[in-house]
Write a protein of this length. Sequence first.
Lengths: 382, 100
Amino acid sequence: MAGEVSAGAATPGPPLWLLAELTYRCPLHCPFCSNPVDFVRAGAELATSEWRRVLAEARELGAVQLGFSGGEPLSRVDLEELVEAAHGLGFYTNLITSGVGLGAARLRALKDAGLDHIQLSFQDSTRELNDFLSSTRTFELKRRVAADIKANGFPMVMNCVLHRLNIDHVGRIIELAADIGAEFLELANTQYYGWAFHNRSQLLPTREQLVRAEAIVGDSRARFGERLRILFVVPDYFEGRPKRCMNGWGSTMLCIAPDGTALPCQAARVLPGVAFPSVREMSVRDIWFQSPLFNRFRGESWLPEPCRSCPERSKDLGGCRCQAFLLAGDAAVTDPACDKAPDHQLVLDAIAASASPPTHELRFRSPENSRLLSEPAGGNGS
Amino acid sequence: MAAPVSDAAAVTGVRVPRIAPLYRLQWEAAQQAHVLLFPEGMVKLNGSAGEILTRCDGRRTVDAIVAELEALFGQGGLAGEVGAFLEFATGKGWVEWPAK
């Protein structure tokens, strides 16, 4: 029973992917963090009992992949308890971590709790740049954690966000993934939301860098084959076509922020004039099927021109709503990453500007910078 | 036998397939399907694929799996179809063939 949805929306399936952002607390300070820039303004974190209810409700709807993320999810002392609850419900449980706080005892406890997989982030293949980007001395720690993860028999995805400062190291990043025994490597070309959008003039690579990196990735895939599967997240600014964001708004992904706000993706908190449902006030079922937010851009009936008459509309569903808002100032227009979009010039201008020196210094993710960037431009802060 | 255990040509009746450790097979009521779960991913299986893979438990031989499915579906001559699917699944890394 799919419940009622607003007129014209496609009947949605279940939220197969549940992303549980347990906390915005993080020991790292990466300038491309996917958390909202104004994370200091978020409400109090959900309690253990609230998370347990969310997990049970989402699982009943059909959610099956579960990501424990953050911030750094290891900052929550109840992580093991939540993993155990999720495992008991039949979720496939993924821990998405920086590795900070993942000592031998905790790894064993997580294994005992039924954790299925660990995704470990590196910021670069060199200690210097890894530690600079994260503003921490964590490179050697991450290498030790990787060895412990494999010693405990976990499958491991290594994740590395790519941008102008490290994309020329992609060959060595791949070598690192092979060295530490990762089964998968996610080379995540930076998506320009949140902190990354603020730091775009520092992070956006040049087209030449991207072409070189893609060639190296292609060679490495042939070399490593099944031993190390390399995912290359589409750098949509350079593609001429937008991504099918989150596999379609409200189609697959349900993200729960640390304070219980329910979102179609991690970045959607940025959208203005929207009432965000909360698991503190609504059931997961009602949020998914009934809430105006999750129905707003579902399916194809809302599509603007030129998408509405485009033969590729079912492929990308108009692209990403957050990107449309961030670049064009309107979440309901065609994603400017598409070269058919009226606002595509904004993306071309950003790429052209990437050849020039950056417009400001890197702003690292920190509570202080979050407070600073949360202030309206007029200085009339909260 | 010296052939690599992952060699698709090794799909013969007396060998014993099992789900590779990277994957977890389970029934999902919401999808009315068996699914293969792996790090951050999922493959939804059609009915016959689900029936074959649930029997890849490291105990049954291919011959035994074929015989069970022929009894289940009430039709003979499934060896070719099952063998072809197991070769496909081996290529995908879903199934492995432990040495005896």
